[in-house]
Design a protein around this ligand. Sequence first.
Ligand code: GLU
Length: 286
Amino acid sequence: MNYRGRFAPSPTGHLHFGSLVAAVGSWLCARHAGGQWLLRVEDMDPPREMPGSAESILAALPAFGLVADAPALFQSTRIGAYDAAFEQLKAAGQVFPCWCSRNDLAGGLHLDGHCLAKPDEGRTPAWRIRVPDIEIRFDDVLQGPQVANLRTTAGDFVIRRVEGYYAYQLACVVDDAFQGITDVVRGNDLLDSTPRQIYLQRCLGLSTPRYLHLPLALDGDGRKLSKSERAHPVDPTDPMPALRRALAFLDLPPVPGAQNPSALLAHALAHFDPARLPHCSERAAA
Ligand code: GLU
């Protein structure tokens, strides 16, 4: 089976429980399918980055027994590829420069297919892609059939930001294709990005991978773990407790005797069946 999965962290902090779940879940799915597991550092948003966090995440993963099949791809090295995708969309007349402020949009979606503000040559515009009135459907391996109309859920969405950085949606789609990803396994907080990504794949003539969105880990107050103050980093110098918790979160049976992360993961893999992953959109982290 030609399966290629990936884990694509943003270097905005240390590896935390929510991202460990995504890493372990994507690793298990890839290894279960006899496929490859790749890494991508999504360092496309310098203002949100935490210095040293890419190195910290990449060093932590092997300590948890998660070893990739190739060196990590850094999005900061891929600007030329995003430029090319952008030019392709521009040549096809699918994007437009936009000077609209939040006020211009009155908090709503941008649906007009062209900028509502006056062009201002002195200011760099954002670039939006025009979205048609169509329903995007896909079958999420875990969350089931999904349907979204981009005009009611996203509107003409930004693919290049005012600051000149490419948006996550564009960079993700270009790189999933470049890395030959067949299966995207990630947290459920990205489920609503998927229709935009599928639309971009269609516009760029790229194939659509399968998607599996894992339940999102919530803290005791029901907040997304990565956004809460309790998103304590997991400790790569003492990997077993967090790894056991991540496997339990994914409903894998405990392994009392395992001495190290690799033994724990090997046992989990032997019992792993993607169909038995928890079929919920979110759950409390233990
Ligand atoms: N970089 C994103 C994050 O850390 C994940 C993107 C993805 O898996 O598509 O939340």
